[in-house]
Design a protein around this ligand. Structure first.
Ligand code: NAP
Length: 320
């Protein structure tokens, strides 16, 4: 299905599956797709929805907004999480280990910036969208697994990582470099117009490799959600040309957020898969991702990422 056809003629279904009794983390929940997904989750009777935000005041405002619109008070909690700081990611994950249960993680937070800057020794987009997103996912896996063991009757715990159609719009030349992350961190070589798309492609490649490597019987489901082009604050830095394009083509934030909730409700059939309009559809992945070259790229990326993650949290790979 083409991008324009999907944008203009397909609407993801309005989510109806109950999240009763479940605890859900939504990263980047103060605005955009994360906020609207959180609103759906509260409406769908989730027991606890953790709004993981880098700006706690904005998170409290989002919580009030959700409470007002759903009439359910005390369901949302605001927790601080800054994906540009590994210490913050680890502190957040540690706090999550204290929860009585954790059923779903929607890894939604991301940035799209044309400005090169460094966070934690890597270009910021790569740190936030890729390294910290995967770090958080791995740190939360044991808690999800513990929940599955304690509540065998419940749905399998899920991790939905929000990716993007744009993964197919980058040639990702950096993957041919001797070291991909080093190349991406080089300010003299950086093509920031491509960076967001490359980060989303990297997420897809890394998650596919992660699922492949841990191919045993995982008690949890990891899927990748493409929400389509939606109104949000994401492209705030990308100029008036893109803004105009969005006015014509983008979905409402609420419609886009349905895909996150449908991903979070999806079952084992979505494990390791790409979801478009709330449905599993690996055929919508780019030709590159599905090619032998893409397979090489995903292995290479994984081999480079493991020492980075082990450097942040020694032993983390045992969580797989
Ligand atoms: N909108 C689209 O058309 C579209 C299309 C495809 C995929 N997506 C994906 O959908 C997801 C949500 O994007 P959106 O469109 O809703 O964008 P958005 O309105 O800009 O929301 C992004 C969220 O991520 C948070 N965030 C940014 N940097 C962070 C950090 N260092 N630590 C923690 N949180 C951070 C933001 O917090 P602040 O408010 O503090 O900045 C915000 O809550 C992203 O993964 C994006 O790539 C969006």
């Amino acid at each position: 299905m083409g991008f324009y056809y999907s944008q203009f003629f397909v609407q993801p279904a309005y989510p109806t599956q109950s999240f009763a009794g479940q605890t859900v983390i939504v990263t980047g929940a103060n605005v955009g797709l994360g906020l609207e997904a959180s609103r759906h989750l509260v409406r769908l009777q989730a027991e606890k929805v953790i709004l993981a935000v880098r700006n706690v005041a904005a998170g409290e405002e989002a919580k009030r907004d959700v409470e007002l619109s759903t009439g359910r008070i005390g369901v949302c909690e605001v927790w601080e999480l800054d994906l540009a700081s590994y210490a913050s990611v680890q502190a957040f994950a540690y706090k999550a280990t204290q929860l009585p249960r954790l059923d779903v993680v929607i890894a939604n937070a991301a940035i799209a910036t044309a400005t090169f800057s460094i966070a934690e020794g890597h270009e910021r987009t790569i740190t936030v969208n890729v390294i910290s997103t995967i770090l958080l996912t791995l740190l939360l896996l044991p808690k999800l697994r513990e929940t599955a063991e304690k509540h065998p009757q419940a749905n399998r715990p899920r991790i939905s990582v929000v990716v993007s159609e744009t993964h197919a719009w980058t040639p990702f030349p950096e993957y041919k470099a001797e070291n991909i992350f080093e190349k991406l961190d080089d300010p003299t070589a950086a093509d920031m117009t491509d960076r967001y798309a490359s980060s989303k492609l990297m997420d897809i490649l890394i998650l596919r490799e992660m699922v492949h490597r841990a191919s045993g019987a995982w008690p949890e489901v990891v899927n990748m959600v493409n929400p389509g082009l939606c109104h949000s604050r994401l492209a705030r830095e990308l100029g008036w040309g893109f803004w105009l394009f969005k006015q014509v083509v983008a979905r409402s934030t609420e419609v886009g957020s349905r895909t996150l909730v449908l991903g979070a409700a999806a079952g084992p059939e979505s494990h390791g898969k790409y979801m478009v309009n709330g449905k599993v559809d690996d055929s919508a992945l780019s030709g590159f991702v599905r090619s032998p070259e893409g397979r090489n790229a995903q292995q290479k990326l994984w081999e480079e990422l493991v020492p980075i993650l082990e450097g942040i949290k020694p032993g983390i790979m045992q969580n797989l």
